[in-house]
Write a protein that binds this ligand. Sequence first.
Ligand SMILES: Nc1ncnc2c1ncn2[C@@H]1O[C@H](COP(=O)(O)OP(=O)(O)O)[C@@H](O)[C@H]1O
Ligand SMILES: [Mg+2]
Length: 248
Amino acid sequence: MPIVGTLQSRETGTGALNRIGPMLSLQEIHKRFGARVLLSGLDLDVADGELIAIVGESGAGKSTLLNLIAGLDSVDAGRIVLAGQDLGELDDEQRTRLRRSHIGFVFQAFHVLPHLTVAQNVLLPLVLLGVQAEQPDVAAARVAAMLAAVDLGHRAQAATSELSGGELQRVALARALVHKPRLVLADEPTGNLDPDSARAALDLLAAAARREGAAGIIVTHSPPAAAACDRTLRLAHGRLLDSRLVAS
Ligand SMILES: Nc1ncnc2c1ncn2[C@@H]1O[C@H](COP(=O)(O)OP(=O)(O)O)[C@@H](O)[C@H]1O
Ligand SMILES: [Mg+2]
């Protein structure tokens, strides 16, 4: 199945994959670095369109968890099933393709590429998916729409070295959503934003989830950010617990 077809089918809302079960399912995940046990028997199900906030102390393993879901790191034990596909049964290339087509990742450190302009950074996922090569007009329209959505239309041709931290974060957000991923992973996406920009960024994430049926997992320390999500889970002692049941 061509990846471009996946993107088109999302446009029409028909859905290329017939899935049974949740969008994302984590089952009995274990992960340690040396003697440091980070995740131990962690379970999580995320439905289409569901927005989840994950909170937890620094060093609890939140970024590690997002990396595992994105297939950027591998579990020691347990299963991660994304869009019906068990990451552990895929080879590196298949995992990379699944990540590119299904996941949008807002990294904690942005990972905006300094030698590309703002627009080129946002276009990147569509280049990797072949959309730019096969449907350049579609790609250009998506980039323009995303830049407008994060209020960076006037900075499209700017070098990213000219941007403020808040602007870089918005570039990262636009890039994570430009290909209409089924799952958005955001690692403290409002950490560098003023309250208004933070609200706009959250609205954008929520809109992606609610309007386009994407699921989202947002790691955050911000109470307003967590409040904008459907549920808040606390990562502690290697597991995710309903934050309402846990004293912080
Ligand atoms: N690749 C790695 N190798 C060794 N230790 C790591 C690695 N990645 C993260 N860690 C350690 O795991 C712990 C949790 O890191 P992280 O997932 O970044 O936590 P959080 O995002 O919750 O602050 C930290 O102590 C960190 O130093
Ligand atoms: Mg982190």
